[in-house]
Ligand binder design. Sequence first.
Ligand code: PLP
Length: 490
Amino acid sequence: MKMDHSAAPLYEALCLYEDCKRISLHVPGHKDGRVFDETALERFSGILKIDATESKGIDDLHHPTDFIKEAQQLAADAFGADHTFFLVGGSTIGNIAVALSLCAPGDKILVQRNMHKSVFHGLTLAGAQPVFIAPGVESATKAAKVSDFGYIEKALKENQNVKGLWITNPNYYGMSQDISVLAEMCHRKHVPLIVDEAHGAHFGQANPVPPSALSKGADIVVQSTHKMLTAMTMASMLHVKGHLVSQKRLAQVLGMLQSTSPSYPLLASLDLARRYLVTKGRSFLQDTAERLEKKRLDLTPKLKTLTIWGGSEEVDYRDPLKWIISCRSQAATGYQLLDLFYQLGCTAEISDPQNIVFLFSINEQEKDMDQVVNAIMELDHNLNKQQLVEPQKLTHTMLFAEEGALLQPPISLGEAFQMPRKKVALEDAGGALCGEMILPYPPGIPLLIPGEEITSAHIQTIRQLKEMGAYFQSPSDVTLKSILILDQTI
Ligand SMILES: Cc1ncc(COP(=O)(O)O)c(C=O)c1O
């Protein structure tokens, strides 16, 4: 049945809530904005008037029967799912819910090692015994991506009774693989394929962008609708397709993890993001992607020092809404590029030792694109013939084990979480089992996880990244001169 995507049932219900002007004798305590900090009221008032949460007439995210149910059905239709769950805690909550739904303590699951920290947190809470697959690395950018499917096939063969295969696709840089073969491999063994598609909510929605994971056979897909589409920050979706995964179990776990007072403006922003996408956004996306490609192709031959990655044979698809920029002669690190572009008024999404990523929306105006192009030209001109770093500083070590290696830390994440830990100097930590997550952020992929053996390559990489100016999220020692290890003597 063709659905009416011009409707936004959840948003419309909130408008009705506002228009009815009933006396609020329920939470939230700001009473639709009547009781609030006066200096900020003007900014917040529009949202406060619809900042409802579960009360009479307002449906229930944990047992949707009315407009939340309809909004989720419309989303499932737009993204090609059998069922869609709305998330108010980002893909973070989606990933944790997936781990807790699929894995009981001790259960095995195959997981790419280059996952976002939320996946490791979910596996920790579930008490799962993940077998990690070392990712592939795209040669020009050094960005981690899904490993060659031959390695994954071998991993599936060597590990029976796994609860799923979990990958991130696309990666943060917008590189994506055609996962249809993976889906077939998994389904032959009745193993669900779970895809963290946090950075690909727009995939499959217009021709020039890569196909979506659901269209290629994934069973569970987690998307940050707020990242590449137009929902408010944190608003995300978890999609389910096929019979390998229990929707009931997922609903039960999400009921444990999501707030009993979910933000309705956030939920409504999902409804509106879907409506915008289907009614206009798809054609905006196609147009924006085409114009961006044209600009990139025009700009590329003019650049002397900077480069914009244009894809490679190692990667099936490239997201046209992401520009990966680096220095041809390794004249500057990605961290330096981020600062230099910041001074020119452009804030990049992410930096790493080599690259920065500029992220465009699904509907970019010509003048905004031109401003970015001008900034790139200006920096290219300023950088010409300058060498801001000694090139040998950029010969960074491997962040991950050799592609396809199967890694099963001697102590699982859940066990490590419960163990005593002690602090040692970083240079003395080689051979010990790590007691904390060492997390360059972004991209939020841990370099070390609790229970993993610390090698001299790890130590060297941590030192190099720190020297280059990488930001590490909440290490026990911000200088990273020391590190927590598991204390196995107790
Ligand atoms: C691959 C990946 N998965 C999941 C997440 C978590 O997403 P959210 O910020 O929506 O919680 C991120 C965040 O950057 C991510 O990069």
